[in-house]
Design a binder for this molecule. Structure first.
Ligand code: GLY
Length: 313
């Protein structure tokens, strides 16, 4: 085997999805196929409430999905945003990369493309997510007779997870692939797009230097161009440790801004996962207690670690 395969993922992903991915890598599967396969499994997991089926809806009760896929060998990428009613946004994102001379499709255009390629439709709102949305409306008011802006701003103050599925895979040929998929922040304003489908913000991958992906408050990751910046620092010769700490220090600075009126800071953390071209991994976060999973060819199961907490100082 020319290179040692590695899978790096956020800790919310079930061990069995990652372990199955490693078995496939050891049988010669490509980084892209394994990344897509893991992402599809998470999209089907009804207990993962910020990804795919069962994801928390927007303020109107609609599940809007964002996903991106980047191939580190070619720097080609595909993404969809604010997509409704399809089971596997990650696969649709990959097909955008493969079938169109574009990178990002949104809303109706993304749904049109998904229908045209025969992607499977699904009502993505689970009964549990619907009940949580109704509970939220019962607390903050409903959309009847008032603007959606105020309603969304009030609802966004209710703390609910803003997880995302991040997976970065290195295969036996040394190719890297990164896949990100999410339903975004619960109760978001309709059409809100986070960092996950934005290449450079929530996802970036280049075989020559490494890959990075983000989870948490997408607005912060967008503002610092977190994933592309992390890989750019590797390109400039920074160590993985120094690059990850520098980007997360900038994110911490944003999150420590005065919060008056900044309702989006309620999900006040970001975690950055990184892998360099040789398969070394790191995880960095703006708050303690955030974990990641990594599995190499020598591990029978993924190993969980805690992301390094980086303050702005
Ligand atoms: N990081 C996911 C989001 O903000 O939508």
């Amino acid at each position: 085997m020319a290179c040692a395969p590695v899978i790096l993922a956020n800790a919310e992903i079930r061990d069995e999805f990652i372990a199955e991915g490693m078995r496939d890598l050891l049988r010669g599967a490509s980084a892209g196929d394994v990344a897509e396969c893991i992402a599809r499994a998470v999209e089907d997991d009804p207990d993962e409430h910020t990804v795919g089926y069962g994801g928390w809806p927007n303020i109107l009760g609609e599940v809007e999905l964002d996903a991106s896929f980047m191939d580190g060998a070619t720097l080609r990428a595909g993404a969809v945003a604010a997509l409704k009613g399809f089971r596997h946004p990650i696969s649709i994102a990959r097909q955008v990369m493969l079938r169109l001379p574009h990178i990002l499709l949104v809303g109706d255009g993304a749904a049109r493309f998904a229908a045209e390629i025969g992607a499977e439709r699904r009502d993505m709102l689970s009964p549990e997510a619907r009940l949580a949305w109704l509970d939220c409306l019962a607390e903050v008011g409903d959309a009847e007779g008032e603007g959606t802006i105020d309603l969304a701003v009030r609802a966004l103050r209710r703390p609910l997870g803003s997880d995302t599925m991040n997976v970065i895979v290195r295969d036996a040929a040394g190719n890297l692939c990164s896949a990100v998929t999410t339903s975004g922040i619960a109760w978001k304003y309709p059409g809100r797009v986070g960092d996950s489908p934005l290449i450079g913000a929530g996802n970036y991958c280049d075989n020559r230097y490494g890959a990075a992906a983000c989870m948490g408050l997408g607005e912060a990751a967008i503002r610092v161009g977190a994933s592309a910046q992390a890989v750019m620092l590797l390109r400039l010769g920074w160590s993985l440790e120094a690059a990850g700490q520098e980007v997360v220090r900038q994110l911490s600075e944003l999150l420590d801004e005065p919060s008056d009126g900044d309702h989006m800071r309620r999900a006040d953390w970001v975690r950055l996962l990184m892998m360099d071209a040789r398969g070394h991994v790191g995880a960095f976060a703006t708050r303690p207690g955030l974990s990641f999973k990594v599995q190499t060819a020598d591990d029978p199961q993924p190993v969980t670690g805690e992301a390094k907490w980086v303050n702005q100082g």
